[in-house]
Write a protein that binds this ligand. Sequence first.
Ligand code: FES
Length: 106
Amino acid sequence: MEPYTRHVLVCTGGFCSHDRGGRAIYARLASLLQRHGLLFGPTRVKRSETPCLGVCAGGPIVAVYPEGVWYAGVTPELLDRIVVEHLKEGRVVEEAVFHRLGAGGG
Ligand code: FES
């Protein structure tokens, strides 16, 4: 199997966002990955949905690995930035990060 560069987890559960807003984010992520050439090749990204990430507030919640960066309140506009700036260009969208794995919480 060709390796993935990153793995993006989107919470599509009903507690962190109204009307399960994560579902729309998860669907939008698919088209954005395709648009930006991140489905195949050396920079390809794996996309997964999960029913809960244990945060259950301030969503939709999106987590990006291997950085272990968690984003809150992910709107369609913020998702666009995450895809272009973080997944494509390797720059974390710092102002939307609420937690980093292994960074002492926060
Ligand atoms: S329902 Fe989304 S984090 Fe728990």
